[in-house]
Design a protein around this ligand. Structure first.
Ligand SMILES: Cc1cc2nc3c(=O)[nH]c(=O)nc-3n(C[C@H](O)[C@H](O)[C@H](O)COP(=O)(O)OP(=O)(O)OC[C@H]3O[C@@H](n4cnc5c(N)ncnc54)[C@H](O)[C@@H]3O)c2cc1C
Length: 462
């Protein structure tokens, strides 16, 4: 692997000889895999990256630990991508988790499986994954050029002829677009690929933030509980304003992407039990992120609110009995001190304010109606959702190059000959758990292999 800034001026282009080359745009997970595999299949490969090094997003993935993939069986794995997951069947049958782990293993990356089937490098260090991929590129003789921004894809006679950069035109017989999504632009993924392919006639489906915290209308209330992390709560999103939620509709089991086989159409959008947190603008944490794309999509159609069941292990009746028992048993204690047994410290004052019960009122003087107010807040603490945080702060971009225009067997464009895609630039996104990286690696592998065959076929014919 060679690396450094590019110096080829457009005047020195030799269209004929350079048409045997594959150019990969973007050295993220997908692009590195694509470049390595194309070179392994015998193609001359140039990998172009606009930042000063490859794998910037990989390095921060999984909080720096890189959740590479997931141990889930194939059908369950694919269901994590929602309806578009179907596109990945052929790709995953061809090159999946075992092949990825074997490749990384060859470069010394041992892995381990954690809760929820999440697979990480045993070292807990994403840099080991990036270094392994760098060595793979070097072994295959990939030419890596950094700090070069690609500005467009050049065509000749209706087929790919190279790429345009700020330094000039670079010819190639095939181009693999691996520019990623539009989230965390500091990593280099700032959505550059979308206008490039839209200019060639490709459809880019609406970009939306996925795996993103949500902003609430009741900001002051959320702020008052900022930093509180809740475990084992049930978060349910409704297609309704908060005041119209009927807590009886809260499902007893999780539902949503990766669990349901069909898209939900009723009042309940998704419901998940797990960990969430309050922030200065609303709600975040694992279950919020998992539900966020469905919420974002539902918001486009009407009001959305969420209800948090803080005591999901108890039915409303069981909780009613417990409250009555506790308030009788510790009847001399004030309301504020009774709440300490029910809620994290930082939620006590907000609950005093929300219930309107005087904080010093002794338990035995709290009326049944007041207990009911507390009960309904514990079983259904509600917020109206105003929107997600911006796309730039989401983990993944939903939407992208329409899958209808990409051959699922080869990752080739069905509009422009010689153009291939891989990774997040495609209209593919999944929940957290290692699914997105596996998709980038697998689509990269297939795109690399197919682009290499494409230029070789072309060379044989001409
Ligand atoms: C904070 C965070 C944590 C994450 N953690 C995980 C995780 O643990 N597990 C998981 O499965 N997924 C995770 N993801 C998602 C995952 O990282 C992405 O889905 C994946 O990296 C996409 O790979 P990609 O190769 O398509 O794009 P990227 O990795 O984004 O790479 C695209 C590359 O293209 C380059 N590029 C863009 N435009 C140009 C241009 N014009 N010219 C030249 N180069 C260009 C960029 O600089 C970048 O290097 C995380 C995402 C974030 C933001």
């Amino acid at each position: 692997m060679t690396s450094g800034p590019i110096s080829t001026p457009s005047a020195s282009v030799n269209w004929k000889t350079d048409m045997g080359r594959v150019i990969v745009v973007g050295a993220g997970a997908g692009g590195m895999m694509a470049a390595g595999r194309a070179a392994e299949r015998g193609a001359k490969v140039l990998l172009i990256e606009k930042t000063d090094g490859p794998g910037k997003k990989l390095l921060i993935s999984g909080k720096g630990r890189c959740n590479l993939t997931n141990a889930r069986e194939l059908d369950g794995f694919i269901s994590m991508f929602g309806p578009n997951g179907r596109f990945l069947h052929g790709v995953f049958h061809r090159w999946f988790r075992e092949e990825l782990l074997a490749l990384l293993g060859r470069y010394g990356v041992e892995t381990k499986v954690e809760r929820g089937g999440r697979i990480f490098p045993a070292s807990d260090d994403a840099a080991d994954v990036v270094n392994a991929l760098r060595r793979y590129l070097a072994d295959q003789g990939v030419d890596l050029k950094t700090e070069v921004r690609v500005t467009g894809i050049a065509l000749r006679d209706g087929r790919v002829a190279g790429i345009r950069t700020e330094a000039g035109l670079l010819p190639a017989g095939a181009v693999i677009l691996a520019t990623g999504g539009a989230t965390w632009p500091a990593t280099g993924s700032s959505g550059d690929g979308y206008p490039m392919v839209a200019a060639l006639g490709h459809t880019v489906t609406k970009l939306r933030p996925a795996l993103v915290p949500l902003v609430v209308a009741e900001i002051e209330r959320a702020k008052s509980m900022q930093g509180v992390s809740l475990r084992n709560v049930r978060l349910t999103a409704f297609r309704l304003p908060a005041e119209r939620i009927d807590p009886a509709l809260t499902p007893a089991k999780d539902c949503g992407r990766g669990i349901d086989t069909k898209r939900r159409r009723g009042l309940v959008i998704e419901s998940r039990m797990g960990e969430m947190l309050f922030t200065h603008f609303g709600i975040g944490g694992p279950i919020t992120l998992l539900m966020s794309l469905s919420v974002v999509d539902a918001l486009a159609e009407g009001p959305v609110s969420v209800s948090i069941d803080l005591k999901p292990a108890l039915t409303a009746e069981e909780l009613r009995i417990r409250l009555q028992r506790d308030f009788d048993q510790f009847g001399k204690r004030g309301f504020r001190s009774l709440l300490a047994g029910l809620l994290p410290h930082k939620m006590i004052e907000p609950f005093v304010a929300m219930t309107g019960i005087p904080p010093e009122r002794p338990g035995h003087q709290i009326a049944a109606g007041e207990r009911e107010r507390l009960l309904s807040l514990l079983k259904s603490l509600r917020f109206n959702i105003t929107g997600p945080l911006p796309l730039s702060s989401a983990i993944v971009t939903a939407g992208g190059v329409s899958l209808k225009e990409v051959d699922p067997r080869t990752m080739a464009s069905q509009i422009v000959d010689g153009l291939f895609f891989c990774g997040e630039v495609l209209d593919l996104d999944a929940d957290t758990g290692g699914y997105n990286l596996q998709a980038a690696f697998s689509t990269g592998y297939v795109a690399g292999e197919e682009a290499a065959s494409f230029v070789q076929d072309f060379a044989e014919k001409s």
